[in-house]
Design a protein around this ligand. Sequence first.
Ligand code: HEC
Length: 208
Amino acid sequence: MYRYSIRVVALVVGSLTITCLALVACSGPQPLARAIVASDELAYTQALADHKDDPAQAFLAMRAEELGIAADEALTRDQALSTTKNPFIARKDPVAVSHGAVVYKQHCADCHGQDADGRGTRLPEPLVEADFHDFSHRFASTLHHGAPRAWFKKITGGYTSETPNSDGTFSEMPPFGDTLAREQVWLVITYLQSLDADLRDDATAENE
Ligand code: HEC
């Protein structure tokens, strides 16, 4: 009888430990890893290898192949995209979120962090103002329908932090207007919007 209870206790403790480990592993903030479909990442990495130092061209070649159109047609299509209105709906388009997360991982995570919390490794100090999980940031973007127009402008035109580093210098974001295709910029914005659980469904609306 005594031996039996020890076994039961061991079983209960064992399963509790496994449950706790599983909960810790699953509840950790890993939006990037969760958002990316492996084949999307592979396709973009391969396209980048074929079009060295030209991410926009790599993306357009990948898109052209997907859509069965010529490369210049893909470019014309891209240039016709709006610069003020996001064509994707973060809440309803996991494919766009995955493609956007791939862009984020390749081109933004070094500075903005794997978890989009502003704690990347490339800059000397974390970008406290650019924590995309931060309540005030999310609140502002939720109020402004996900800030699509403002973010498109900042990402394509470049941006300097308004908060100084401790040595008085200001961290800078390079302009991505010539580096990324318009669609890539919208995709990465869609990924950032997907981090906001409170985002409204009409988040494609134009805004400041
Ligand atoms: C070399 C570092 C660097 C890279 C790479 C970088 N950024 Fe930034 N980003 C910054 C800095 C610095 C700021 C200003 C943050 C602040 O306000 O403190 C910023 C600000 C932003 C903002 C504005 C946030 C706001 O307050 O409205 C957005 C959106 C943004 N980045 C998105 C991106 C995206 C998307 C990419 C990838 C395509 C990217 N960034 C790549 C450094 C970088």
